[in-house]
Design a protein around this ligand. Structure first.
Ligand code: ZN
Ligand code: FE
Length: 240
């Protein structure tokens, strides 16, 4: 079985480490320091890096990790990044410690953004690393893509199994739910989730991963009926 460790970085980033007990892959290492600390603590050596997109808070630690773990591969986004990263595209399969991860192109936040999905038996449930595209109760800002891009990307993720664990790259949940209550005032699932998340965050407990099932109930962006509703909500949230 594979394990997924959570590493906190900067003020609200999550870096994810997939481990088989000996080797590890890391997703979106914006900073190498907390990644190396986690690898050392669990006596893991790094075999590979998955990148969801080019932003510095997701790949800033790559060069440092590459120089420390010379053999490690660097895979993603779908554009050529600094250093020896291998660009990926829709449908490509990547072997991560025996688990097959499928690349899903999800433009919107950036144009190169990809997600990685696996339903390998080595994992407790299906898993998706969604970077800055699908957050808990939210979605990424539209820096490069259009609302149509983001709508299409979220709907693509929405076709995954409902028990998929969603590992996103930021702890934005509380702010997202405060907006979600405003966007869908009659949605009692959102209201209930806000109460439980307020409690978790007051104790500094992480709200990630989430499940696609919970997002279908409480994420106003995933729940948008069309790209224009998503566009309106995104604009509203940007100024909320
Ligand atoms: Zn980003
Ligand atoms: Fe980010």
């Amino acid at each position: 079985m594979l394990q997924i460790h959570q590493v906190q970085a900067f003020s609200d980033n999550y870096i994810w480490i997939i481990s088989d007990g000996t080797s590890a892959w890391v997703v979106d290492p914006g900073d190498s320091v907390p990644v190396i600390a986690c690898l050392d603590r669990h006596r893991l050596s790094l075999s590979g890096i998955l990148l969801t997109h080019w932003h510095g808070d997701h790949q800033g630690g790559v060069e440092d990790l590459r120089s420390r773990y010379g053999e490690c591969r660097v895979i993603g986004s779908n554009k050529i990044l600094k250093g020896p990263s291998q660009a990926v595209s829709e449908g490509q399969i990547i072997d991560v410690l025996g688990a097959a991860f499928r690349v899903i192109e999800v433009p919107g936040h950036t144009l190169d953004h990809v997600a990685f999905f696996s339903d390998s038996k080595l994992l407790e449930s299906p898993v998706a690393f969604t970077g800055d595209t699908l957050f808990v109760a939210g979605c990424g800002r539209l820096f490069e893509g259009t609302p149509e891009d983001m709508y299409g990307s979220l709907q693509k993720l929405n076709t995954l199994p409902e028990n998929t664990s969603i590992y996103c790259a930021h702890e934005y949940t509380l702010a997202n739910l405060k907006y979600a209550v405003f966007a869908e005032p009659d949605n009692s699932d959102i209201q209930r989730r806000l109460v439980s998340v307020e409690k978790l965050r007051s104790q500094d407990i992480s709200t990630v991963p989430t499940t696609l099932f919970m997002e279908r109930l409480t994420n106003p962006f995933l729940r948008s009926r069309d790209s224009s509703e998503l566009a309106a909500r995104r604009l509203q949230k940007d100024n909320f």
